[in-house]
Design a protein around this ligand. Structure first.
Ligand SMILES: NC(=O)c1ccc[n+]([C@@H]2O[C@H](COP(=O)([O-])OP(=O)(O)OC[C@H]3O[C@@H](n4cnc5c(N)ncnc54)[C@H](O)[C@@H]3O)[C@@H](O)[C@H]2O)c1
Length: 384
């Protein structure tokens, strides 16, 4: 097997997770990384065991033998870095959101289509095996007609007014925060599982901490201490800590979901229930190896992740036997396996087995409509 060489741009939380997942796939080498400065890139390279490090991602793109690039930087950099990577002839796997505006995302879809290169967005949650099983259940009619879809994506990492991150500044994050950051995963997943499209939305946003305390020194400096007034700057916050969105699907199903970054104790919990005319299903990302199946006229079931108990296509996403838990890092590995199979095959093919740039654009369209709906306090059709 010839080795595929990969460059990763932006080595924060998720960039390091990409490096780790890439190293679990045979025939892939992480050849170089790029970070925000030469010095920081070198330090990250030492931590991760990567020799070629750059403070400017354009130098990484100049390396001829690199086949593919992963873009793992803050949101505002996804557009220019992905555009430049495509121009350099690299296959691109971009983090979500694909860009910060619909206009940018449309441009990337056009460039990707024209290039013939393999391109994907890291909507990794799709790759939990039991979710693939739900998708097959729905496609096979096991749930019947979909009546309703409801759920939430809750986190607590911005619970205190002293919690601070680039995601709080629209210049880096975009105009929406919780919806773009985590609501995008929830909506992508629901459309992917049900095969149904969200046609209309009605949104309500709340900013709990209207002023936050931005540390003036690196956050680690404050670990375990209280911030004193001279340690922070007060920053007005305009993006949503919490949002609720009502949904109408094209075929008539109804839905609602909430996103939150201020829900104490909820570390990173994506939850949904899909109610059909035959059965319901429910799944919680913090207990990813269990699928609840609800019935009206018989006992409910709890299906545990086990290759012998799921539909054939879901079996391909399971690398360990039942009871040997797989989780978040495995979802990226499974997505990357499919992405690099397409790279080896020489192109994306008819039906790519991973989320496309088109799926990234779809999330930005939903997100922009939701922002408008909240501003205008009304229902709005998606894409109008
Ligand atoms: N799919 C998922 O489950 C998932 C999870 C987390 C984050 N993300 C996405 O990944 C992206 C990064 O999020 P994160 O949590 O890793 O953030 P992070 O802040 O931990 O990491 C981003 C890194 O990019 C670096 N950076 C900034 N400017 C750069 C530049 N010009 N060149 C190279 N590096 C630069 C920063 O120094 C930082 O270390 C976001 O867009 C986010 O939405 C996706």
């Amino acid at each position: 097997m010839n080795e595929l060489k990969v460059g990763v741009i932006g080595i924060g939380f998720i960039g390091a997770a990409h490096v780790e997942a890439l190293r679990r796939i045979p025939g892939i080498e992480v050849t170089a990384i790029a970070h925000s400065s030469d010095q920081k890139a070198k330090a990250k390279g030492q931590e991760l065991g990567v020799d070629r490090t750059f403070g400017d991602y354009r130098r990484l793109l100049e390396i001829k033998e690199i086949h593919a690039v992963h873009v793992c930087t803050p949101n505002h950099l996804h557009y220019p870095q992905t555009r430049d990577a495509l121009a350099a002839g690299k296959h691109v796997l971009c983090e979500k959101p694909l860009a910060v505006t619909v206009k940018e995302a449309r441009d990337l879809v056009k460039r990707a289509d024209a290039s013939g290169l393999v391109t994907a967005v890291h909507f990794n949650i799709r790759f939990y095996p039991l979710l693939s099983h739900i998708r097959a259940m729905i496609a096979g009619g096991e749930l019947g007609e979909i009546y309703a879809v409801h759920g939430s994506y809750l986190q607590d990492w911005l619970f205190y007014d002293t919690d601070y991150n680039w995601r709080l500044e629209p210049e880096y994050s975009g105009e929406s925060r919780a919806i773009a950051d985590i609501g995008s995963h929830w909506m992508d997943l629901i459309e992917f599982l049900t095969g149904e499209r969200i046609a209309e939305v009605c949104a309500d946003f709340a900013t709990v901490h209207k002023i936050r305390k931005k540390p003036l020194k690196p956050v680690e400096t404050f670990a375990g201490k209280l911030l004193k007034p001279e340690d922070y700057k007060e920053i007005p916050i305009g993006t949503e800590d919490f949002a609720t969105v009502m949904l109408r699907f094209k075929k008539g199903a109804r839905g609602v979901f909430s996103v939150s970054q201020i829900s104490a104790g909820r570390k990173n919990r994506l939850y949904f229930e899909i109610d059909g005319s035959k059965r319901s299903v429910a799944w919680d990302s913090e207990l990813p190896s269990q699928l609840w199946i609800g019935r009206r006229d018989g006992p409910n079931e709890l299906l545990l992740r086990d290759p012998s108990l799921v539909h054939a296509e879901s079996r391909e996403l399971i690398d360990f036997p039942g009871g040997h838990n797989e989780g978040f890092p495995d979802t990226s590995k499974q997505l990357f396996k499919r992405f690099y199979a397409a790279v080896r095959a020489g192109g994306p093919g008819e039906k790519p087995g991973y989320p496309s740039f088109g799926d990234g654009l779809r999330e930005l369209e939903l997100c922009e409509t939701i922002l408008q709906s909240n501003k205008r306090r009304t229902w709005l059709p998606v894409g109008a």
